[in-house]
Design a binder for this molecule. Structure first.
Ligand SMILES: [Zn+2]
Length: 151
């Protein structure tokens, strides 16, 4: 899909070394518009929304925050939230800067673990962006949905 100049500019921001050392796109060679469209379709197909996924992530992060580094049992999850100095700027040119906070959640029944930052929550909620294929920090929407909404 041909994308507008603003999207092209945002995609430039996502290259390694611009806003973050690793960048946001991994080995993904698709246009940003195509990445967003494909992930939106996955989310829709599974009966969820970017908002419903972000809400689950935020719920665990907020609950774990006061514990600072200590694992907290929350229903079927064990959550650990760590704070780091500094802020991570959103690549979508909206002047949003997320605190550098890392949440690790373990699904106790499956043993599966997912890790995300506050910037992930924002990018999913506000932009429907889960990072490119092969990005070290990509959160696959299908995995997220399985993690939060199955059983
Ligand atoms: Zn943003």
């Amino acid at each position: 899909m041909k994308q507008n100049p603003q999207m092209a500019k945002i995609q430039e921001n996502m290259q390694p070394g611009t806003l973050s050392a690793e960048g946001f796109l991994g080995e993904d060679r698709r246009s940003l518009s195509d990445i967003l469209l494909a992930d939106s379709q996955i989310v829709q197909k599974n009966g969820q929304t970017h908002q419903s996924i972000a809400d689950q992530m935020r719920r665990l992060t907020e609950a774990g925050k006061p514990e600072l580094g200590r694992p907290l049992r929350l229903g079927q999850f064990e959550v650990t939230v760590e704070d780091h100095r500094g802020r991570l700027p959103c690549p979508f040119r909206d002047r949003y800067g997320a605190e550098k906070r890392i949440t690790t959640a373990k699904h106790l029944a499956t043993g599966q673990t997912l890790t995300w930052t506050d910037l992930h929550i924002h990018m999913i909620e506000a932009h429907g962006f889960y990072e490119g294929l092969g990005s070290k920090f990509r959160l696959d929407p299908e995995r997220l949905i399985e993690f939060f909404f199955s059983g």
